[in-house]
Design a protein around this ligand. Sequence first.
Ligand code: G3P
Length: 219
Amino acid sequence: MKFFIDTANLDNIKEAQDLGILDGVTTNPSLMAKEGITGDANVIAHYKAICDIVDDNVSAEVIATDYKNIIKEGEALAALNPKIVVKVPMIKDGIKAIKYFSGKGIRTNCTLIFSAGQALLAAKAGATYVSPFLGRLDDISTDGLTLIEDIRLIFDNYGYPTQILAASIRGPLHIVACAKLGADVITAPLAAITALLKHPLTDSGLATFLADHAKASGK
Ligand code: G3P
């Protein structure tokens, strides 16, 4: 399973990259705004900075919602760096644009997926990734994990190469559940990823090992 980090924070991206487990980054306009990155030139510079840190898979989201401008923006983003994956919203013109990008060999991430039908349509159009938003479904008392399960079944039924990128992850249990369900990728904040490290028995076990070693060494 690939691990992406869901942030535009360069320090967080560097920390995950340094851990040696990072396969990519997802951003969106809200995450960019959270870091105070505003204005087209600054956003572009920020995407370039992210590409300098990671090995591949930097999702850069288009702002346009009409076909012509999605294509224009997406092609400009893809031209920035071969690591860029153009993130396109799940709307009618977005699906048309994904089909176009697919024909041009430009990788896409279809975002804001909340139903299996939407994922099916994006896969038909040739999306590289679909991003179902688990946490936001959970927020409205709908089981986000069931959506991952349904999309996995559908993609496997027909052999769609589109990868399931589980997004809107809120914690380590979401990550483990997605791995059990066969999601191809998770994207999560740094805190959810590093929470996977933690177990109280690891901490107490290590403390005992170190204490016993010190005693045996006469320290
Ligand atoms: O890529 C953004 C997606 O993961 C949304 O996350 O936490 O805003 O629901 P969140």
